[in-house]
Ligand binder design. Structure first.
Ligand SMILES: [Zn+2]
Length: 66
């Protein structure tokens, strides 16, 4: 059972529970976001999420060419 915690701002999975140990509070080590709003998904949704993230990246790279 895999549960992934994703930062809603930078979409990184480099997220840990807050050092303050407040229940339901998370901290992103990538962008330093801290709060209770976080994206949570299981393995299946996470795979889909990563794929969509790649697609987004490709799309923005293509639009830069114009
Ligand atoms: Zn972040």
């Amino acid at each position: 059972m895999g549960n992934h915690i994703i930062c809603p701002y930078c979409k990184s999975d480099n997220v840990v529970g807050s050092l303050l140990m407040v229940y339901g509070t998370y901290r992103c080590l990538n962008c330093d976001y801290q709060g209770s709003f976080i994206l949570e998904m299981d393995d299946r949704n996470y795979e889909k999420f990563l794929k969509e993230k790649d697609d987004e990246k490709e799309a923005s790279e293509h639009s830069k060419e114009e």
